[in-house]
Design a protein around this ligand. Sequence first.
Ligand code: PMP
Length: 471
Amino acid sequence: DYTPEVAADSMPILSEKQVDVAGIKPSSGVLYHQLRNEPLNIVGGRGSYLITEDGLEILDATCGAAVSCLGHSDERVHEAILDQLKKVPYCYSMFFTNSAAESLAKFLVDSTGGKMSRAYIVSSGTEAVEAAVKMAIQYFTELPVPEPQRVNIISRKSSYHGNTLGSLAVGHHASRRRIYESLLSKNIHHVPQCYPYRRMNANENNEEYVERLAQELEDEFQRLGPNTVCAFVAETMPGATLGCVPPLPGYLKALKAVCERHGALFILDEVMSGMGRTGTLHAWEQEDVVPDLQTIAKGLGAGYAPIAGLLINKHVVDTLNKGTGAFVHSQTYQGHPVACAAAYKVQQIIRDDNLLPNVRAMGEYLGQRLHERLDSHPHVGDIRGRGLFWAMEFVQDKETKEPYPPSKALSRTLHATGLKPENAISLMPGNGGIDGANGDHIILAPPYNTTREEIDLIVDRTVRVIQEILG
Ligand code: PMP
């Protein structure tokens, strides 16, 4: 799907006109992703709303990047953070552990029924992915009969796994990779995603398509030499680059079977799709697979603290324990007490307030409302999702599925239009169109405690924004 040449004009910066639409002001002291535009300044948050310095209340229909799953002002989390701050804000994980990190890790391990037996707690999804691939490499050097020849990693096209050099190489985000290609490992290879809307052949049914995808992975193992492959990495449900495509039944199971056949580790990246977003705490619970390594992040701390984790299957932990007994990796803010206390409280709230059934029920309602309102829209090609994680993919023509060119910056224009005071909704622009091969999309990812009334409002405003730009 991806070639650096096609990616050359991707990820356009918003044009002056689009900037005008959002009322975005020029110049800023903070360097974010975009140097030229200053985003709206958020000075407060209440429930599902973000409040700007001008007093505009913006409906945060995406929890930022699928992060703020409890909304913005849960006092129970504030208190937990303050309590931990007063006890001790920080201790160095090379020397000590701390109760907050231990409680969180125990909760996470228990939540997998003990299938994963340790949690490695870091500060961002990117770091969790980086730790996962390093641990996979280390695992093979510490087997009773070491296999250091397993140097290859296979992941998927149109995937996103983070922005440091290792995680960027694992992912396949065209425009973010392009100028750094020289630094990205050549031992990381990409197979096609499960993407029925565009990649399933007309004469194929679901089972046949899944079989073909598993065969493509098998072929890649054979091409590389099966005993040279260390791990396969996939988002359980892709978010940023492909937009909420639920895995077809049996797909992840079939891919895991390929990995098992060849002794490679199966890594699921649940940075975005995990911790309840798709309706179960771990998205893999719905797929009848258990990963060897699993990354988690956004819903873990709900944005109250920067926190992410790597959950490690018991057999990997046992191997490292019998080997050197240490993971050759360490970061200063690992197991940070305040971040862990925040995340532990967030997880208790998700459990005690019984939010996962609400994610499933409201998710179903959101999907139903989107279909009702947008199925007949001439430029909405596909509506798909699971739990409270939904995407709409846009096309110029529904018959041919012709995508909009990256230069149109469609999803970013929709985002900017949503921020106009009369719309006051934050939509997540996707990167589906970045390589010009897929359609551009937007994502909705409301908080887990959302209500039917709020879903109605989200859908009304989303439809209004789409109609404003696409008619
Ligand atoms: N993996 C996946 C699947 C993601 O969606 C993201 C972020 N969107 C990352 C990794 C990177 O996480 P972070 O931005 O926290 O570094």
